[in-house]
Ligand binder design. Sequence first.
Ligand SMILES: Nc1ncnc2c1ncn2[C@@H]1O[C@H](COP(=O)(O)OP(=O)(O)OP(=O)(O)O)[C@@H](O)[C@H]1O
Ligand SMILES: NC(=O)c1ccc[n+]([C@@H]2O[C@H](CO)[C@@H](O)[C@H]2O)c1
Length: 183
Amino acid sequence: LDSFPGVTNGGKTTLANRLKKSLPNSSLICQDDYFKSEAEVETDERGFKMYDVLEALNMEDMMTAVHKCIKHPNEAETSNRMGKVFQRKSEDGIYFLIIEGFLLYSYKPLSSVFTRRYFLTVPYEECKKRRSSRVYVPPDPPGYFDGHVWPMYLKHKDEMEETEREIVKILPFYQRIINGSLS
Ligand SMILES: Nc1ncnc2c1ncn2[C@@H]1O[C@H](COP(=O)(O)OP(=O)(O)OP(=O)(O)O)[C@@H](O)[C@H]1O
Ligand SMILES: NC(=O)c1ccc[n+]([C@@H]2O[C@H](CO)[C@@H](O)[C@H]2O)c1
């Protein structure tokens, strides 16, 4: 089980999709597919929808998908916002489950199942730039990145660094090399 936690717009989905294409018998689970509906996500005192906290996600549903995949790895298929990613099969009996998301280690039942962990990060300026060219549903309101997204990222990263020891940090320079060699 390989996991790719990391900052928003750090390239997790891009890298996970490329790995999935390269590895036979691999499945991919994306945490973004488990966001609650807009109406269910709480609003803070400034009127910001609190998407960057664990409570905004249906983590029990995500765990169900993870356990289903572990139990029946050859039946798992993948589709996410980048489209359907087909499973390349091989007969060697080795299966990979790739999990990517921005809050993987804040949910203990999930963090305990990983075999390998790779944390993807980009600096503040780069992250803000990439985020500004993305359109989420609902779109980020003015001030959302500095007021909610980045502070929540720093908070969760601090918590993760306190509890998780065996995590490999992949910096942008290496991400470019990995993405290049997988494309
Ligand atoms: N190695 C890279 N170098 C430069 N840009 C990249 C790289 N990897 C991804 N990107 C770009 O950054 C943006 C975010 O990528 P991606 O969707 O993979 O990130 P993410 O971490 O899954 O984001 P989120 O979880 O917030 O949806 C995209 O526009 C993508 O094209
Ligand atoms: N997918 C969604 O429902 C959604 C809605 C609004 C914001 N987001 C953002 O996704 C990022 C994680 O990939 C978080 O930073 C959320 O703000 C997602």
